[in-house]
Ligand binder design. Structure first.
Ligand SMILES: C[S@@+](CC[C@H](N)C(=O)[O-])C[C@H]1O[C@@H](n2cnc3c(N)ncnc32)[C@H](O)[C@@H]1O
Length: 310
């Protein structure tokens, strides 16, 4: 079907435009090609094909394909528009950009004394992709904390070697307003102050206390290293707890409640600012459809009490 393009240069000696064609003697094949090109242009513009035009099988197939592509594009556009409309109606802002406030409160000046520790001891267990993801999550934690009016005290333990390198790549260096420790959390804090946060724990957190240190496992990826943080906490004999978020989700599968490092941190920060855990979850996951609506949440409130009473 591809034509012989020599007609551009045949007699006129230049190849810039169709004006030269009229003054050129075109072969039947070349004319056929120009007609075909015009038909394609018209169809692409949305015009319908004149039924009197005779087309080869190959050309008909091509036009069918062109039509199917156009329909596919239209469907994609409609889906995109519907999503945009849904986001507009539900007040969803797609990319959350953490605004840096004009006055930054440093951790040392914060009115909040709650300690969060991100345990970086698992870095060697992750694939490159997840190492990088962990670095990205910690960068977001840093940015969110820096933008807070009353930042939490964020500690990074086992901040050495590979972990240090990964964080440096993500722009988290020792100049950042974070507490960096080369040692393990057991060497940095008293054992009875530690609470390892893990979705596998039977214990459910009900509030945040200032003298406690809440540990978030520096791990990314939900399926790999299942229950690793829970096993670590129990083998070290330290307290552990899951966030009280079960009742906030429509989906009862446990997987939906294994959160990313940054999501856990966001919830803790909101709670430290006076929100309840359920309010915090709804703010953090405002664009997730499997979060219970306010009404459903209050209806289930009784069930929630029961669920976590043991
Ligand atoms: C992506 S998760 C890692 C999952 C990992 N397989 C594990 O062993 O926990 C990252 C961290 O966020 C915290 N986390 C995630 N979901 C949580 C929940 N529902 N309750 C408490 N902590 C949670 C845990 O500290 C966990 O280590």
């Amino acid at each position: 079907m591809e034509p012989n393009r020599s007609y551009h240069t045949e007699s006129s000696g230049h190849n810039n435009g169709e004006a030269s064609h009229s003054s050129t003697q075109l072969s039947a094949r070349q004319k056929e090609y120009l007609d075909w090109r015009q038909i394609r242009k018209n169809i692409t513009k949305g015009e319908t094909l004149d039924p009197s035009i005779q087309l080869s099988c190959k050309q008909k197939k091509y036009l069918d394909w062109l039509q199917a592509e156009k329909e596919k594009k239209a469907r994609r556009k409609a889906r995109w528009e519907a999503r945009k409309e849904y986001a507009r109606q539900h007040g969803i802002v797609k990319k959350k950009v953490v605004k840096v406030p004009e006055v930054i409160t440093l951790m040392q000046d914060s009115t909040c004394d709650i300690n969060i520790c991100i345990d970086l001891s698992f870095i060697g267990l992750m694939t490159n992709r997840y190492k990088s993801e962990t670095g990205r999550q910690i960068r977001k934690v840093y940015e969110e904390n820096r933008a807070a009016k009353a930042p939490l005290h964020v500690h990074l333990t086992r901040y050495t070697g590979l972990a240090k390198e990964r964080l440096r790549k993500r722009g988290v260096t020792q100049e950042a307003d974070l507490h960096f420790h080369e040692g393990h959390y057991l060497d940095v804090f008293e054992k009875d102050r530690l609470i390892y946060l893990t979705s596998d724990s039977k214990n459910v957190l009900d509030r945040l206390e200032e003298n406690k240190v809440y540990i978030i496992g520096g791990l990314s990826g939900h399926t790999k290293h299942k229950s690793l943080c829970y096993r670590t906490a129990t083998s070290e004999g330290i307290a552990h707890a899951q966030l009280p978020i079960k009742s906030s989700f429509n989906i009862k599968s446990k997987k939906s409640r294994i959160l990313h490092i940054y999501q856990v941190f966001q919830i803790l920060l909101k709670v430290s600012e006076g929100k309840s855990f359920n309010e915090a979850v709804r703010i953090v996951f405002s664009n997730r459809q499997n979060i219970l609506s306010d009404a459903a949440y209050y209806e289930e409130d009784g069930a929630y009490e029961e669920e976590f009473s043991d």
